[in-house]
Ligand binder design. Structure first.
Ligand SMILES: NC(=O)c1ccc[n+]([C@@H]2O[C@H](COP(=O)([O-])OP(=O)(O)OC[C@H]3O[C@@H](n4cnc5c(N)ncnc54)[C@H](O)[C@@H]3O)[C@@H](O)[C@H]2O)c1
Ligand SMILES: [Zn+2]
Ligand SMILES: [Zn+2]
Length: 363
């Protein structure tokens, strides 16, 4: 039987989100229905509601979640009702050319539930990143559920479902930060601070946090930043060079998604260094830089899809590090809010008042 629950919907470009009754079908083959416990508010949700991702309104927002599997489709074996899971938005297929070449974190055919969730009048919803977890129940592909230790509370575990995994993975997987590296992170929101935490885990010796908001820079120190730069007051390229014996950082991570900060990242790295773009630009953005500098400076310019993670490999490992006190996931949670408070949380995110607001859906 399909169930009706409350969900947070963006009906049209720029319009405030509304709480609507949504219909969640019974799981079919390959699908799982999950009772959401907690879901973080990520900047990507705001990008959706601003129409910056695509035009497939109405969107069911929320995609950074943990919960409990409620029921599964007939052929599903990887998870069972009662399992405590983090939802992921890149369920790998195992069959595409990336998977077959042994690089499943790039999977070109990630999948979601086949059936659609709808509004009560039958209007099909587009779930954000194929998840849609600002809702008491959601329908996903079974492969989007990763079982983890339930000793980690949902408001903490759920963060690994998007921003925190993207940031940690941008540093460790995409940027391949290693012992002794110098790292700069431009933009210290949830994603940037996670990149800082990842760089610390990997043994970076200098971690430079760059933001335009001093409150964010203060928080960044708690995740492992050894130096901070307010780029509203100081040229960040010069500052990063000054902090690295005039050379630039080995790895620079852009965690905003803007042309001007990408350019800063490009010039703030050492020769043959690596730039990682984990921030998501909008379709209108362009960049105009001398092609010769791309050649002359060498190195690697990479983009990080979901931190190039493998959920089944990385989520349980990061939950364990959290439980051992080696990864302060709890410090990302600025506030716990109700399902009706998402629009207010966007406002706070916009003003820079929070790192992560987490919707306690189940309470
Ligand atoms: N690649 C992925 O898989 C992935 C996953 C999740 C999120 N993202 C993207 O990562 C980005 C960051 O997400 P978030 O949730 O951390 O957002 P956020 O709004 O919490 O953080 C952005 C930070 O950037 C700072 N900032 C803004 N403009 C700046 C500038 N010009 N110079 C320096 N700092 C500036 C802000 O003060 C803020 O601290 C977004 O674009 C989001 O869509 C990407
Ligand atoms: Zn694949
Ligand atoms: Zn996200």
């Amino acid at each position: 039987m399909s169930v009706k629950v409350q969900g947070v919907v963006a009906r049209s470009k720029g319009a405030p989100v509304t709480l609507e009754t949504i219909v969640v079908p019974d799981p079919g083959p390959g699908e799982a229905r999950v009772k959401v416990a907690a879901c973080g508010v990520c900047h990507t949700d705001l990008h959706y509601r601003e129409g910056a991702i695509n035009d497939e309104f109405p969107f069911l927002l929320g995609h950074e979640a943990a919960g409990i599997v409620e029921s599964v489709g007939p052929d599903v074996t990887e998870v069972a009702p009662g399992d405590y899971v983090i939802l992921n938005w890149r369920a790998v297929c195992g069959e595409c050319r990336a998977c077959r070449r042994g690089r499943p974190w790039y999977c070109f055919k990630t999948h979601n539930a086949t059936q659609k969730m709808t509004l009560e009048d039958g209007t099909e919803l587009t779930p954000a990143l194929g998840i849609g977890a600002f809702a008491q129940m959601t329908l996903v592909a079974a492969g989007q559920c990763t079982k983890v230790d339930d000793a980690a509370p949902p408001e903490v575990a759920g963060l690994l479902g998007c921003g925190v995994m993207a940031g940690i993975g941008a540093a460790i997987n995409t940027g391949a930060v290693t012992r002794g590296d110098s790292v700069a992170v431009i933009g210290c929101g949830g994603v940037g601070d996670a990149a800082i935490a990842g760089a610390r885990l990997a043994g970076a010796r200098k971690i430079i946090a760059v933001d335009i908001d001093d409150r964010k820079l203060e928080l960044a120190k708690g995740f492992g930043a050894t130096d901070t730069v307010n780029s509203r007051q100081t040229d960040p390229v010069k500052a990063i060079q000054d902090l690295t014996e005039g050379n630039g950082a080995d790895v620079v991570i852009e965690a905003i998604g803007r042309p001007e900060t990408y350019e800063q990242a490009f010039y703030a790295r050492d020769l043959a260094g690596t730039v990682v773009l984990v921030g998501v630009p909008s379709p209108d953005m362009r960049i105009d830089m001398p092609l010769l500098d791309f050649f002359g400076r060498g190195g690697a310019l990479k983009s990080s899809w979901y931190g190039d993670c493998l959920p089944d490999r990385d989520f349980p490992m990061l939950v364990d590090l959290y439980l051992q006190g080696r990864l302060p996931l709890q410090d990302f949670v600025s506030e716990k809010i109700g399902i009706g408070d998402v629009e207010a949380a966007f406002e706070k995110m916009h003003k820079g008042d929070v790192l992560r607001s987490v919707v306690m859906v189940g309470s």
